[in-house]
Design a protein around this ligand. Structure first.
Ligand SMILES: [Cu+2]
Length: 152
């Protein structure tokens, strides 16, 4: 019984390390848990999600993103238009001083066009984020299964 408990503790530790150590900090911008959703092999777009926390005393802005694995990346939001939620390209997202901004399904997200390959759960791919003040930050997006629910 004790052996199992130890094994369980070890597995739990490995799992939580993998899950929660996925965080980047550049200047005063903290980027937590960059992730993307598993998509069908013929998907022409995939999305990128994050949690941004700006620890600076002034507002910052995410102004662009790029990745070697796709043609181009846009910043999108969701907006009501004629009673329907639609995606809309925007130029930047403000991350207020000492504020946290979520990029998540149904809200802000990166739209990654024509990925060169399909990604499965457990895969990772690189993304360069450009902030107005914090500058360039290289992160890796962790691919998670479709239907995965986040409890952050
Ligand atoms: Cu979009």
């Amino acid at each position: 019984m004790k052996k199992y408990a130890q094994l369980f503790a070890l597995v739990a530790t490995l799992f939580s390390t993998q899950l929660f150590a996925h965080e980047y900090t550049a200047d005063s911008m903290q980027i937590d848990h960059p992730w993307s959703r598993e998509a069908p092999p013929n998907a022409t777009v995939i999305a990128g999600f994050f949690q941004f926390k700006n620890l600076a005393s002034k507002d910052d802005f995410l102004i662009s993103a790029s990745t070697p694995i796709a043609d181009h990346v846009e910043i999108h939001t969701h907006e009501m238009a004629d009673g329907v939620m639609k995606m809309k390209k925007i130029d930047s997202v403000r991350i207020g001083s000492m504020k946290t901004v979520m990029f998540e399904p149904g809200g802000y997200h990166l739209m990654i066009f024509n990925p060169k390959q399909s990604y499965k759960q457990g895969d990772r791919f690189p993304m360069t984020l450009q902030f107005k003040h914090a500058g360039k930050v290289e992160v890796e997006l962790a691919v998670e299964a479709n239907g995965h629910v986040h409890a952050h």
